[in-house]
Design a protein around this ligand. Structure first.
Ligand SMILES: Nc1nc2c(ncn2[C@@H]2O[C@H](COP(=O)(O)OP(=O)(O)OP(=O)(O)O)[C@@H](O)[C@H]2O)c(=O)[nH]1
Length: 458
């Protein structure tokens, strides 16, 4: 009810507020809580109608007020129920990677719902006799729309956050929209906020004192301090800043009598709100891109490098050649791994692969690279190791394998290894083929074997 009161103080056309926060509340409440939010909103709409009657002193009979209230309630709720339900449907069909398109959907559906609400409210007021059925009455949709638009664009994200705290059971999908949290000093934020508000007050005072319509457009410069806040503060603080700006604009329009320029201020704050949300998305997209990069770089089960990434290690070979250092490749896999899967199940098989990768990692130096070719086959690239060193590393690994402890596995693991020193004319691919031939040969010779140019056996 407080939001309705705030809105009614800021009217600049009959029944139309400069800024209509209840629109944001209705939209976010239906978006988050669904139809169960409607009784409380309907109560507020009815109460607001009686309030308006008292404000305008129209003293309509209570039956007519009830009818007006019912029509207004229907107009307000149906427009936002359609918009919020449509947006919720889109959200349920997409995931967090599509945040930009969801945000775009919000910036289209929100204003479209506000437009519908403005038009339906105007119709309701005309039908009930609160507005004249004349050209002036039929033009009210514009101020009604812009006031609602500002309420929706500015307040919906912030109110969803507030409602989520009050009703944590609802709107679990909102966490999908989780934006980054930056630690920041409160004083710094207050300084940025004060600078932004000061700039706004200066522009609006100049607009009023110079009586200059053009001056009002300087309000768009607010995007500079607002983007400063967006890129350096938390999303919550950016939301608070845009809400305060919106509130301050509405107050200043009213008290500096800037009603003729209200549309410029309303549109500029709406544009700022939309830019704020897109600005907040940038770090989310950057972190999601780096997550995706990491997913293609590493094998999700064993955290070894993926085959694609491993085969791009030509640079390592070139570097070794440049410094005239040896570089070697070991290709290895578990013996009779299929039987482990068949006897103990795939979960135990997975655990064996994870433990093998962990064991191999403990044998690595910083420059070494472990990759998973696929299945139970792994590769180790050892810059700085020649054939003898690499064979020794493989042998150490082979001897450590039977001691590997894997939960649920009661038999010992053994492995076979092919080792090759990478020659000057080799690529990772051709070296892999050589080591793989040696690995197959080790299998053929009975497994649990390291085979290289220099053969080492138990
Ligand atoms: N648990 C598990 N099994 C996998 C995975 N990827 C492949 N496999 C299984 O690994 C087995 C690989 O078997 P092979 O390499 O053909 O043969 P092997 O039983 O190891 O026999 P040798 O290599 O000749 O000693 C197959 O049964 C695959 O289904 C995985 O990610 N997890």
């Amino acid at each position: 009810m407080l939001l309705w009161k705030v809105a009614s103080i800021m009217e600049y056309a009959p029944h139309a507020s400069i800024w209509f926060p209840p629109a944001g509340l209705t939209f976010s409440a239906i978006l988050l809580l669904g139809l169960r939010a409607i009784p409380a909103i309907a109560f507020c709409c009815m109460a607001a109608t009686f309030w308006e009657d008292a404000t305008y002193g129209t003293q309509l009979p209570w039956q007519q007020l009830l009818e007006t209230g019912a029509l207004f309630t229907l107009a307000h709720i149906s427009a936002y129920a359609i918009g919020a339900s449509l947006l919720k449907l889109l959200i349920s069909r997409r995931d967090a990677h599509q945040l930009p398109s969801l945000l775009l959907a919000f910036t289209i559906i929100g204003p479209a719902s506000a437009l519908l609400a403005g038009y339906l409210t105007q119709t309701a007021l005309i039908i009930s006799g609160m507005l004249p059925d004349s050209p002036s009455g039929h033009q009210l949709w514009l101020p009604l729309w812009v006031g609602d638009l500002l309420g929706i664009l500015v307040l919906t994200p912030l109110l969803i956050g507030v409602l989520r705290r009050i009703y944590p059971r609802y709107g679990v999908w909102v966490s999908e929209l989780g934006l980054r949290q930056l630690p920041g000093s409160g004083w710094e934020f207050l300084l940025k906020l004060a600078t932004t508000l000061l700039l706004m007050v200066v522009v609006m005072l100049l607009t009023a004192s110079l009586q200059s319509k053009e001056m009002a457009f300087a309000i768009f410069f607010l995007c500079i301090p607002q983007m400063w806040i967006v890129y350096t503060e938390t999303p919550l603080r950016s939301g608070i800043s845009i809400a305060l700006m919106s509130f301050a604009t509405a107050l200043l329009v009213k008290y500096l009598a800037l009603h003729d320029d209200a549309l410029v201020f309303q549109f500029s704050i709406s544009v700022l709100a939309a830019s704020t949300y897109f600005g907040l998305l940038i770090p989310v997209l950057a972190s999601s891109n780096s997550r995706l990069r990491e997913m293609t770089r590493k094998d999700s089960l064993t955290r070894a490098y993926s085959r694609q990434h491993f085969f791009q290690a030509e640079l390592e070979i070139q570097r070794a050649r440049y410094y005239q250092q040896p570089i070697s490749l070991i290709v290895f896999d578990i013996d009779f791994f299929k039987q482990i899967n068949d006897r103990f199940g795939h979960t135990v098989g997975d655990l064996a692969l994870i433990s093998l990768a962990e064991l191999a990692t403990t044998q690595l130096r910083q420059a070494d690279m472990l990759g998973r070719f696929g299945g139970d086959e792994f590769m180790l690239l050892l810059p700085g190791s020649g054939q003898i060193d690499a064979t020794t590393t493989a042998e150490r690994l082979r001897l450590a394998l039977p001691n590997l402890r894997v939960e649920g596995l009661t038999s010992q693991i053994t492995g076979s290894f092919g080792v090759t020193e990478i020659a000057a004319e080799d690529t990772v691919n051709s070296a892999f083929e050589k080591a793989d031939v040696l690995l197959l040969e080790a299998k053929r010779l009975g497994r649990n074997l390291v085979l290289g140019t220099i053969t080492a056996t138990e």
